[in-house]
Design a protein around this ligand. Structure first.
Ligand code: JD2
Length: 222
């Protein structure tokens, strides 16, 4: 999978070169490139934003700068993801879908976001464009959201995650994650004993207990 990220803060995306993702890039499974939007700025003070038509607070990112940055990256194989608090909520099923595509381009805005004609232009020209939000809280920009999405998406690609068996287990429940409580050595820690059923070796009983615990947790927390 090829991933391009466009931002005025390329340093924010430094973690993409670390640990598991860095290794996947060395192995050629992933190819991640981060692009500095400001390198496309036109005027003398390299402005990337201007005041909003219609008035209101803050600044809006200039469409021409975004066009210059995105045009050379986009092709028929590309999915453009525009991060915005008003986007469709990112979840595990969206991560699974995006893990199947060949090229993702992340547009990370700042200020009050990107002139909406950028979205309109790439939609009009038949590109696949997705406005996405990672959750109902307001971030300062799209960079952290892109990091979250890239980690959730790329760990579903074979060879990126260290342990493929845990992916297989995840796919057995429809939310895509393990919801039962976990325990490891020692069998007693301080005053707390590991639940006896987990030491029993009775796999049928263990599976039943874990399903009950997962249901209880979901009821309490979700
Ligand atoms: C962003 C901002 C509009 C106020 C570009 C915030 C996001 N789950 C999420 N929360 N916030 C964002 C996000 C994404 C991109 C931008 N801002 C700041 N925009 C109103 C503040 C600018 C996601 N994904």
């Amino acid at each position: 999978m090829k991933i391009d990220v466009v931002t005025i803060f390329p340093e924010y995306l430094a973690p993409l070169q670390l640990s598991l993702l860095g290794k996947a890039q060395d192995q050629g499974i992933l190819d991640i490139n981060v692009h500095d939007l400001r390198s496309k700025a036109i005027d003398n003070h390299h402005a990337v934003d201007d005041t909003p038509y219609g008035g209101g607070a803050g600044m809006v990112m200039l469409p021409e700068i975004w066009g210059q940055a995105l045009d050379p990256l986009m092709n028929q194989d590309s999915d453009l993801i525009i991060l915005t608090p008003a986007g469709k909520r990112f979840d595990q099923s969206m991560a699974a879908k995006f893990s199947q595509v060949s090229h993702l381009v992340f547009a990370c805005g700042r200020y009050e976001g990107i002139d909406d004609r950028v979205r309109m232009h790439y939609e009009e020209n038949n590109y696949r464009v997705h406005e996405v939000s990672i959750g109902d809280y307001v971030l300062g920009g799209g960079e952290v959201a892109a990091l979250v999405m890239i980690e959730a998406i790329t760990r579903l690609i074979p060879g990126v995650l260290g342990n493929p068996q845990s992916l297989e287990q995840e796919s057995h429940n429809d939310e895509g994650y393990l919801e039962y409580p976990n325990f490891t050595k020692p069998a007693q820690w301080r005053d707390l004993q590991v639940p006896e059923v987990l030491l029993s070796g009775n796999h049928k009983e263990i599976e039943k207990w874990r399903a009950e615990q997962a249901a209880e947790r979901a009821k309490k927390n979700r």
